[in-house]
Design a binder for this molecule. Structure first.
Ligand SMILES: [Zn+2]
Length: 62
């Protein structure tokens, strides 16, 4: 009987910050898929190039 360790265990989605090269657009996203969706949406609207920067999980919040 196995009670610990699920091989399909999900990890917390990583936080990304989607930034634009052509304007001050910035938006955070949960996971790569959402970051890509946001980036594609902005690119489609403005034809700007966007980049997604991975944000390390913050351990402190004050
Ligand atoms: Zn832009």
């Amino acid at each position: 009987m196995f009670t610990d360790g699920d091989p399909t265990e999900q990890t917390t989605p990583r936080q990304y910050l989607v930034k634009c090269d052509g304007c001050s657009f910035e938006q955070s996203a949960d996971g790569r898929d959402e970051a890509a969706t946001i980036g594609n949406g902005h690119h489609r609207e403005t034809n700007h190039d966007v980049i997604a920067v991975e944000v390390p999980p913050s351990v402190t919040s004050s």
